[in-house]
Design a protein around this ligand. Structure first.
Ligand SMILES: Cc1cc2nc3c(=O)[nH]c(=O)nc-3n(C[C@H](O)[C@H](O)[C@H](O)COP(=O)(O)OP(=O)(O)OC[C@H]3O[C@@H](n4cnc5c(N)ncnc54)[C@H](O)[C@@H]3O)c2cc1C
Length: 353
């Protein structure tokens, strides 16, 4: 294989190599000029979702140009912000009411038709509910495999991603001509604002807008607490809380005493102790705060998959053999109903640091 590559470079021009590379399954020819990525920007009304900044860093790591796609009913404020981000070379704008609520049934054809007309090598989105809903549909429309939850980029065709709820790490090499990726936010630092003048923008190619799904409404919890996915401190409660009242009283107060976001295990969510959006784990959110405190959570692999990258992990559990202690930096073997109120009082009075 090595000698074939060396001989080939002498006798075949670069354009031909680009064309036959996917057929031969060759690596090593991809230059920054060959690569161009389309980054799907996730945003809510007037703010870019923080996961987009991390996905941009991942897209920049692929090499080549990164073109950002902003869709929405009134995307201009977002376009202006995105154009100032380090690594964005152009912004494509899809302005239409149908894009207002992130409905996958209209976003997927938009990405597929943008790809068909502009021929990117990579399509990148955050591994959030938004990205996870859209990108598999895009991959299906383009007839390529989708590569989910990327935590590392080895080369433009080789990616690192967790499997088996994070218990094994796979290195995946894609031979597809187009790579459709979702990126785990906590694995890449956020992109920063550039000092340069903003990137140019233009309208995205037209695409069909199938009316398969109608937006009815949403019922969002309003909270002054930090957002779980972006918080630097998280306090999570588990099944041991026994009721929503206990969860609200003990976990919410403890979290407020240190300005932390609130999370929960799936058992706590399923039992109705806390809202679905607060679930941490394989089928919930993946978080990597500076400090994660697990209260009355056993440490099942599916939960640990969502928090093990936290910088400092502490746990309160009455069972000294609870698996959560195996991933914890600090552990307190105690009854949470006794120690959590005491801890909260001390933190409120700043008797502890
Ligand atoms: C496909 C799949 C996906 C899943 N995804 C997720 C996911 O995303 N997130 C997730 O969390 N789970 C997930 N699960 C579920 C997971 O396997 C566990 O069932 C769940 O995490 C258990 O939640 P828990 O730790 O709160 O409850 P338990 O496992 O019941 O643990 C409760 C803990 O509280 C301790 N305790 C009891 N009383 C007290 C007390 N008074 N004081 C202190 N400690 C006490 C106990 O010792 C025990 O360790 C998934 C499972 C499957 C099969």
């Amino acid at each position: 294989m090595f000698s074939l590559q060396r001989v080939s470079t002498r006798i075949i021009n670069k354009r031909t190599i680009s064309a036959i590379r996917p057929i031969l399954g060759l690596r090593g020819y991809a230059t920054a000029q060959d690569i161009s990525s389309l980054l799907l920007v996730e945003h809510k009304n007037k703010a870019i979702a923080s996961s987009t900044f991390n996905a941009l860093t991942a897209a920049s790591k692929l090499g080549g140009n990164v073109i950002a796609l902003v869709a929405g009913e009134d995307p201009d404020p977002i376009v202006s912000e995105v154009s100032k981000l380090q690594g964005v070379s152009k912004v494509l704008i899809a302005k239409d009411k149908v894009y207002e609520h992130g409905i996958a049934e209209v976003y997927a054809p938009l990405l597929a038709s943008t790809q068909k007309q502009l021929k990117f090598t990579h399509l990148v989105a955050p591994h959030s509910a938004f990205g996870k809903n859209i990108m598999p549909r895009v991959a299906a429309l383009l007839d390529v495999a989708q590569i989910s939850d990327v935590i590392g980029i080895e080369s433009p065709d080789t990616f690192i991603r967790p499997i088996y709820a994070g218990n094994a790490i796979a290195k995946v090499k894609s031979k597809d001509p187009i790579k459709v990726l979702t990126v785990r936010g906590t694995a890449f630092p956020p992109a920063t604002i550039s000092d340069q003048t903003g990137a140019s923008s233009e309208a995205a190619p037209e695409s069909e807008k199938p009316a398969l799904t109608e937006w009815i409404g949403e019922d969002l919890q309003k909270s002054d607490r930090p957002e779980l996915g972006a918080a630097t401190k998280v306090v999570s409660g588990g099944r041991a809380l026994k009721s929503r009242e206990n969860f609200d009283k003990l976990i919410n107060n403890l979290a407020d005493s240190i300005g932390a976001a609130i999370g929960g295990s799936r058992a706590a969510v399923d039992a109705g102790y806390c809202d679905n959006a607060l679930q941490v784990g394989q089928t919930g959110k993946v978080v990597a705060p500076e400090f994660y405190l697990a209260v009355g959570i056993s440490g099942a692999i599916q939960h640990v998959a969502g928090m093990k990258d936290s910088k400092v992990i502490a746990a309160i559990n009455s069972d000294p053999d609870a698996p959560i202690f195996q991933v914890s930096d600090y552990g307190l073997v105690a009854d949470l109903f006794t120690v959590v109120p005491e801890l909260t009082e001390k933190l409120k009075k700043k008797e502890l640091n």
